[in-house]
Design a protein around this ligand. Structure first.
Ligand code: 5RP
Length: 263
């Protein structure tokens, strides 16, 4: 890796722990003003101090985030479809690497839709983005999207998608936790971060975090299970305790309850 790429990677995955807490707040790019992300500034700013990275679109970054925040930024650069449109997998690159550089992004993220009608288009986009990323020292995070078909969240499918992303040159792969998750990690030579998925109980989300880390993920890129919690700051602090301090799910949940009580 060239110095710039290595430096940006170290702003995403902390070199001292080898791990990362990424706060995903990019959902509006296809979901609009989704629950508890209606006013992005109100959601993001209280949580930012506890995240290593904020993952979002350039529009929200420019309008809702103070330029003085110490966090690294991973910019979502794929899109073009919406939840009410014909096909969520019909995504293209929507933001240039030049703009990502102007915004001082530490990485750029794009979804791939393996097994969908637009599989080829999204995989070719990933390859092109990696070419550009390598040219400018910008890491590319590939999101193994499952679209509306949540049933696709099994180790066989996620291992296939994650491996393809790594083979095409993604520097980091974001996928979902599943049964036999270790198979997904084993088959993917790039570091993996795990998405939280739809809101579940805090206890379950902390277990998902713990299981992902103990089976080889380098971190989480979590959204709804943090900011749709009634105590989002307590939740991100508890996630952080697992990711960076090797707490167990039980210890982190105790911490969550304690912080909630204090609040
Ligand atoms: C959407 C994304 C989201 O950032 C991702 O789903 C993470 O958020 P959540 O934890 O809410 O699932 O990449 O394509």
């Amino acid at each position: 890796m060239d110095w710039g790429l290595k430096n940006r990677m170290s702003r995403i995955i902390r070199p001292d722990t080898g791990r990362s807490v990424m706060l995903a707040v990019d959902h509006g790019y296809f979901l609009g003003p989704t629950t508890r992300l209606e006013k992005p500034r109100d959601t993001i700013m209280p949580l930012a101090p506890y995240a290593d990275v904020v993952m979002l679109t350039r529009g929200v970054l420019r309008t809702c985030v103070d330029a003085g925040i110490p966090n690294s930024v991973v910019l979502r650069v794929s899109g073009g479809s919406s939840i009410v449109g014909e096909d969520l997998s019909n995504e293209e690159i929507i933001t240039s690497v030049e703009d990502a550089l102007r915004l001082n992004a530490s990485g750029i993220a794009l979804s791939i839709f393996v097994g969908s009608k637009h599989e080829k288009q999204t995989l070719v986009s990933l390859s092109k983005l990696v070419d550009e990323g390598e040219r400018y020292g910008m890491p590319v995070l590939a999101v193994t999207a499952v679209g509306k078909e949540l049933g696709k969240r099994d180790a066989r499918f996620l291992a296939l998608s994650s491996r393809i992303a790594a083979e095409l040159g993604a520097h980091i792969v974001k996928t979902y936790y599943c049964e036999n998750f270790e198979k997904v990690v084993e088959g993917c030579p790039a570091p993996i971060v795990v998405a939280g998925g739809p809101k579940m109980t805090e206890k379950d989300a902390l277990e998902l975090t713990y299981n992902s880390i103990s089976k080889g993920a380098v971190g989480v890129d979590m959204g709804r299970n943090i900011w749709q919690s009634d105590n989002p700051v307590a939740m991100i602090k508890s996630v952080r305790k697992i990711v960076h301090e090797n707490a167990t799910a039980k210890e982190a949940f105790e911490m969550f309850k304690e912080l909630t009580k204090k609040k």
